[in-house]
Design a protein around this ligand. Structure first.
Ligand SMILES: CC(=O)SCCNC(=O)CCNC(=O)[C@H](O)C(C)(C)COP(=O)(O)OP(=O)(O)OC[C@H]1O[C@@H](n2cnc3c(N)ncnc32)[C@H](O)[C@@H]1OP(=O)(O)O
Length: 506
């Protein structure tokens, strides 16, 4: 089979930043542009709209300075407007060489927003393209509201494309601006254009208002689109754009006729970085990149994984540098517990395994979250064994919080048979506690794990009503694990989770 190369254009830094509440700094934009082009290996990045702000200009200048040195300047694109000289001047100042000119792809938008006739609009566009060419810029053209244009004013769209094919442009960008297209329309509209204009390059730009963006991307490619626009984590105006990780997985697994340059293994990493920079948490059930999407919860599934991987699908976590895990709770069976114990290096008899399973189910019934690192405590509790080597004990502490003074902590800790006492300040009481703990551990020439996530919740129902639960995610020597603390005081619950972490370390 002859495979067709599909260009991937990432627009996290332009349309992705149109997510309400998201604003990337110049250095974040530079870091993401570098990561996307050199590690994820997308073909192009759209990094800003022209004229937006001084900060945006500075961001594009930094990106183009780097891209120029790296020989990647033709992969950096900026959205511009049909506004005479204004966008062109901005392009000049930014150092960018590829402009994605925003024009009207529906008669409705043209008539009501720009208040122009098609002939006037085409003349304005021709002028901009000519000036761009004279300034050494490459031009791609967006047909804004194109999907509604195809529905309601197809004659206008065809008249416009007849004109565009005479122009020195590189690509035609077809956005489903309002995210209203169905998969069958994506196929029929794009195949119509691909057949009528065999010499034009068409990119498809989906929006996810009806959760159809990935289905639309598939149909657009099946119809012959040459490129697609994606964003990391599906960021973008309103319900967002087509999410990169899902789109790449779908194309790899279901469209063997397609070739792409994107490195699958880097998708999770870039997703986590965008999560941090954007401040928007990835939903736990977001395909490919969500926290729980490679977690088996049901006991039957965990059991089946032991038997010829019965519950595996092609979406293997290792493809994305991730690992399958087995949840602990009321749906657990022996296999869930066994899988977690194996990770901890603990082996139990059949009888003891049953007792531990029963206890985990009871805790789950009380809506309590159970983490892998809780298992030694549960074993110790119900089997009366020494499954936890309680090497470290936080014996005493004083935490202060006062107006206009930095929070501080004094603590006394036992490590094996030695006693240590330290104090420190921090941004909050828990931070001060951790700083004091770090001092103690540095005396022992030991390093503490990196705290990568800190989640607090109030468990509802059962006997935990007035309690606060803190689940902390730690990273240590390439191992990621969670510990949980439960207390009526939030800081104390975090300290309890921390003590569990200390006893988990080698
Ligand atoms: C496909 C997409 O997602 S489109 C997203 C495009 N990107 C952006 O909008 C970036 C964020 N926008 C901005 O920072 C600002 O809106 C700016 C700098 C672009 C313009 O700001 P302002 O000058 O204050 O204009 P404002 O935002 O109020 O209105 C937009 C103007 O652009 C006009 N306009 C709309 N589309 C286009 C176009 N393709 N080309 C040129 N002008 C356009 C509108 O008709 C309106 O003009 P008017 O004031 O004469 O009626």
């Amino acid at each position: 089979m002859k495979r067709r190369y599909i260009e991937i254009m990432d627009t996290t830094l332009r349309d992705g930043e149109q997510t309400s509440g998201v604003s990337f700094s110049a250095s974040e934009k530079l870091a993401l542009a570098q990561l996307l082009l050199t590690e994820v290996k997308v073909d192009r990045v759209e990094v800003a709209s022209a004229r937006v702000s001084a900060g945006e200009l500075e961001a594009v200048q930094q990106i183009t300075a780097w891209a120029s040195q790296a020989g990647l300047l033709d992969k950096v694109e900026v959205l511009t407007f049909v506004d005479g000289q204004a966008s062109l001047d901005w392009m000049q100042a930014s150092g960018a060489k590829v402009m994605n000119l925003l024009t009207k792809g529906s008669l409705n938008h043209l008539t009501h927003q720009l208040k122009k006739t098609p002939e006037e609009h085409f003349a304005d566009i021709q002028q901009v393209i000519l000036q761009a060419q004279q300034s050494g810029l490459q031009v791609n053209v967006y047909l804004e509201d194109w999907s509604n244009g195809m529905r309601n004013s197809p004659d206008y769209v065809l008249q416009y494309l007849d004109f565009l094919q005479t122009q020195p442009i590189r690509r035609v960008l077809l956005p489903d601006t309002l995210g209203v297209m169905t998969p069958s329309e994506s196929y029929s509209f794009i195949s119509q254009l691909v057949n009528r204009y065999p010499n034009l390059h068409f990119d498809f730009h989906a929006h996810n208002d009806y959760d159809l963006s990935i289905a639309n991307v598939m149909e657009a490619i099946r119809a012959g689109a040459h490129g697609i626009h994606l964003t990391v984590n599906g960021l973008g105006e309103r319900a967002g754009n087509a999410p990169m990780a899902s789109a790449i997985a779908v194309l790899r697994d279901f469209m063997p006729e397609v070739k792409m340059g994107v490195v699958e293994k880097s998708l999770y990493q870039v997703s986590k970085i965008v999560e941090t920079f954007s401040g928007l948490r990835i939903p736990d059930n977001k395909p490919v990149v969500g926290d729980n999407v490679f977690t088996q919860t049901a006991g039957i599934h965990a059991d089946g994984d032991k038997k010829n991987n019965l519950y595996f699908n092609a979406l293997l976590p290792e493809r994305f540098g991730r690992k399958r895990s087995y949840a602990l709770g009321k749906m657990s069976g022996k296999a869930n517990i066994e899988n977690n114990l194996r990770e901890l290096g603990i082996l139990l008899s059949e009888g003891d395994l049953k007792k531990v399973t029963q206890r985990v189910i009871e805790l789950g019934d009380q809506k309590e979250a159970v983490t892998r690192e809780d298992l030694p405590y549960i074993i110790s509790d119900i089997l009366n064994t020494n499954a936890i080597a309680s090497r470290v004990e936080v014996l005493n502490y004083v935490l202060t919080h006062s107006k206009d003074l930095k929070p501080s902590a004094t603590l006394r800790v036992r490590i094996d048979t030695e006693l240590f006492e330290e104090n420190a300040q921090g941004d909050g009481q828990y931070d001060a506690f951790m700083n004091a703990l770090k001092k103690i551990y540095s005396k022992k020439k030991l390093t503490l794990p990196e705290l990568t996530d800190y989640a607090v919740r109030i468990p509802t129902g059962g006997r935990t009503d007035a309690l606060c639960e803190t689940i902390i995610t730690w990273k240590h020597k390439n191992r990621e694990f969670k510990t949980r603390g439960l207390d009526s005081d939030q800081t104390v619950s975090a300290i309890k989770a921390t003590q569990k972490m200390l006893n988990t370390l080698d």
